[in-house]
Design a protein around this ligand. Structure first.
Ligand code: FNR
Length: 370
């Protein structure tokens, strides 16, 4: 049946390769530099083995978790991913609707093609978080947070690892950066503060607007003190995404942050950076009792979810698999990818002898690294 949707991650990726041109495909699939971290994100999962337990009654199972006083049906979230218009014409609206249908939180990227308001609208009451790229213009940053609160986002995720684009060899080879052709700037071009900084509106002079975006998008000057500014502007839970060092996790706690997402941006920023799974245990050790530690990077199958949670992650974010689903079959594709991952997670948990996320711990893992 030629219309059959793929099952395995590898098959989704191969199908996505067929439908996307080089520029967009490698923008999604690629990583920084020699892609060592991209590969290691996957390999580090393979180094941990599950040691299943028997005779533990796994008949009634529950995948739900609690975060910041809210109950979530499963430990999965969709990772924030920008410029989804390069993958599918419905872009973020398709992946957000897929999330909403499964009650899986969707994290809207600052760099979305569709605006945070449009995305919130198609999601209704479904759980949604907003990912913030800290603009050089503090008033734009504050405006983004205000807008996100106004349309009902439940948390703010501040991504720290991307004050500038990394050295991405595939994109350089393909001369491909979607923002420069006006993709992924929806939140900026509609922002009243951003617009007030331009001589003419983006609709009239897109070149000026893109230029201004380029100058202000990232802020390599950020310090811990800047977080206090954010705290003044919102009562929503604040999570820091891109933490890899346990000392930074401790700093996050000292600065009153509510949660951490251990991440290396899917191997797209510092090539040679520690894999997310390897970074996780020391961070859980450092702050896991104080606040929830989430992770992303390399989650492809149910066993990966089980391993990350057994190492202390409270939840995991899924990135590229959803984007391959989006490329192949739009909203339906993203839903299929997530639904399969949920089923695989449930089955693998049961076969490992566990009935709930709270039961997962290191006692069912073997580290074969050394
Ligand atoms: C990303 N990621 C990302 N992160 C973020 O905070 N804001 C963003 O706009 C984006 N954009 C983005 C685009 C694309 C094409 C990819 C592949 C990734 C990083 C993302 O949130 C997440 O950290 C990784 O994708 C997780 O790794 P996996 O699941 O892709 O291995």
């Amino acid at each position: 049946d030629p219309d059959r949707l793929p099952i395995s991650y590898e098959e989704w990726e191969a199908k996505a390769r067929e439908v996307l041109n080089d520029g967009p495909f490698y923008y999604v699939a690629g990583g920084a530099g020699g892609e060592e971290t991209l590969k290691d994100n996957l390999h580090s999962f393979a180094r941990y083995k599950i040691v299943p337990r028997m005779l533990r009654n796994a008949e009634d199972r529950d995948l739900s978790i609690e975060l910041f006083g809210k109950n979530y049906d499963s430990p999965l979230l969709q990772a924030p991913i920008g410029v989804q218009s390069i993958i599918h014409e419905d872009g973020e609206l398709a992946s957000a609707k897929a999330s909403a249908a499964l009650n899986i939180p969707y994290i809207t990227s600052s760099a979305s093609t569709k605006t945070m308001e449009e995305i919130a609208e198609v999601m209704g009451d479904a759980p949604k978080w907003f990912q913030l790229y800290w603009n050089k213009d503090p008033e734009v940053t504050a405006s983004f947070v205000r807008r996100a609160e106004a349309v009902g986002y439940d948390a703010i995720v501040v991504t720290l690892d991307t004050p500038m684009m990394a050295w991405r060899e595939k994109d350089l080879k393909n001369v491909y950066l979607p923002f420069l052709i006006g993709e992924g700037v929806g939140n900026y071009f509609t922002d009243p503060v951003f617009r007030s900084r331009l001589e003419s509106p983006p609709e009239e002079n897109p070149a000026e607007a893109v230029m201004h975006w380029t100058k202000t998008f990232g802020n390599p000057g950020l310090t811990w003190e800047h977080l206090l500014f954010l705290r003044e502007h919102t009562d929503l839970p604040i999570l820091l995404k891109g933490i890899l060092h346990p000392d930074d996790a401790k700093m996050a706690h000292e600065y009153g942050v509510d949660g951490i997402i251990v991440s290396n941006h899917g191997g797209r920023q510092v090539d040679g950076a520690v894999s997310s799974l390897d970074a996780l245990p020391p961070i859980v050790e450092a702050v896991g009792k104080e606040m929830p530690v989430l992770m992303d990077g390399g989650i492809r199958r149910g066993a990966d979810v089980i391993k990350a949670l057994s190492l202390g992650a409270k939840a995991v974010l899924v990135g590229r698999p959803c984007m391959y689903g989006l490329a192949v079959a739009g909203e339906q594709g993203v839903q299929e990818v997530l639904r399969n991952l949920l089923a695989d997670t449930d089955i693998t948990m049961a076969l490992s002898g566990c009935s709930s996320m709270a039961e997962l711990n290191r006692s069912i893992l073997l580290n074969t690294k050394r």
